[in-house]
Design a protein around this ligand. Structure first.
Ligand code: PNS
Length: 168
């Protein structure tokens, strides 16, 4: 592949974002500084029972990132690399918190590279203050009545308070 230094990097940040956390937001802010355009793409996964429907997740991420003018929020179905190809994206952005993330991320990045070599996966290390935060744990805490407002952006915390009014 010929090197084209003038080609701007358009990156996709894919994920479930159920819900968006402060860790995701940190990665989005840093990604928006690195790339010409950053597309946050929510997987429409009919198999999983989500906390929030995709449309609500899109809205929360849009509200939270409205100050970043090169960030777009979208959703996708099917293979990520097919979506990347449709969107003309040349990079996939993923965050790594701890060594435990590495194995799955390595597998996904290598499979995606085999399937579409022109899309590079670029990893950013999660900010250390966010390294213990995951959507999975947020979901668990909030459904058990805990308060997660310090782990998620304000727009998300407000929706969670509405959904789970009995939060401690
Ligand atoms: O937030 P998550 O759950 O860690 O995100 C996982 C995601 C959405 C990035 C991954 O499951 C994905 O890309 N799914 C789309 C289907 C696909 O392309 N699978 C092959 C990847 S090797």
């Amino acid at each position: 592949m010929a090197h084209d230094a003038s080609r701007p990097l358009v990156a996709i940040y894919p994920g479930s974002f159920d819900p968006l956390t402060n860790g995701h937001l940190d990665l989005i802010s840093r990604g928006a500084r690195l790339f010409k355009k950053l597309i946050i793409a929510i997987l429409r996964n009919t198999g999983k029972q989500p906390l929030f429907p995709v449309e609500d997740r899109i809205q929360m991420i849009r509200e939270t990132t409205s100050h970043l003018d090169n960030v777009e929020v979208d959703s996708f179905e099917g293979l990520l690399i097919d979506y990347a190809s449709r969107r003309g994206a040349n990079a996939i952005l993923r965050g790594i918190r701890a060594i435990s993330d590495y194995e799955t991320e390595l597998q996904m990045a290598l499979l995606n590279r085999r399937m579409r070599p022109e899309t590079e996966t670029i990893f950013l290390l999660a900010g250390e203050e966010f390294s213990f935060i995951s959507s999975h744990m947020i979901k668990e805490i909030v459904t058990l009545g805990g308060d997660v407002s310090t782990f998620v952006p304000e727009h998300v915390a407000a929706r969670l308070r509405k959904k789970f009014p009995a939060q401690r």
